[in-house]
Design a binder for this molecule. Structure first.
Ligand SMILES: Cc1cc2nc3c(=O)[nH]c(=O)nc-3n(C[C@H](O)[C@H](O)[C@H](O)COP(=O)(O)O)c2cc1C
Length: 188
């Protein structure tokens, strides 16, 4: 599916651009630091990551909406963060970057009707509210309904996510790679 897609867009969380611009504008010069009293050079931190990651995801989601408006279909590919070392080399990604998300775009083979998505336990007012057993039963029922006919027995969808994703080797690889990417983000 990925190899055959006419477009595969990768959305990179990018602070290398800013570091280069700061350097270009002379912000790291001792003279600049002395004259302005500003802090000396530092690597991007997790605060910078929070903003830059949101920028990347906003761009990706806008691409989803634009593709949809043109009658195209798309699928997010979170797996792009895996095999960090190889992907960094393949795309020539410098320090202070992370490829957070990939989007493949193509022409849908057939129109798929919109499916009603679960809404129970999704929005919290004022404070985070942990679901009680009754709420979780309702949530599980909604999820099973969405994934019928695959979900046959109560809780099948939750168990499916646990076995196919939460405990899968690909998720272990994603976590290993994300540690690598965070080191790259911090310039280590
Ligand atoms: C953050 C995110 C990452 C995803 N990563 C992958 C992926 O790596 N491989 C894949 O085949 N689908 C991936 N998907 C697509 C989902 O598996 C699923 O098919 C899709 O979200 C369902 O969309 P729908 O609810 O519009 O049917 C991802 C979806 C999201 C939101």
């Amino acid at each position: 599916m990925i190899a055959k897609a006419p477009w595969a867009l990768i959305f990179v969380v990018d602070y290398a651009k800013w570091i280069d611009l700061f350097e270009h504008a002379g912000c790291f010069e001792p003279e600049f630091v002395e004259r302005t009293g500003k802090a000396p050079r530092r690597a991007p931190g997790l605060g910078d990551f929070a903003i830059a990651a949101q920028d990347a995801v906003i761009a990706a989601q806008n691409a989803v909406v634009a593709a949809e408006a043109l009658g195209l279909g798309s699928c997010y590919i979170g797996d792009i963060v895996e095999n960090a070392e190889e992907v960094a080399e393949l795309l020539d990604l410098p320090p202070y970057t992370m490829p957070l998300s990939m989007l493949i775009i193509g022409t849908p083979r057939k129109e798929r009707p919109a499916i009603a998505h679960p809404v129970v336990n999704l929005v919290h007012e004022e404070r985070y509210c942990r679901a009680d057993a009754a709420t979780m039963d309702a949530q599980v029922a909604e999820m099973d309904a969405m994934f019928r006919p695959h979900a046959r027995e109560v809780g099948d969808r939750v168990i499916d996510i646990y076995t196919r994703k939460h405990t899968s080797p690909f998720m272990a690889e994603m976590s290993r790679s994300m540690e690598w990417w965070f080191k790259n983000w911090l310039g280590k």
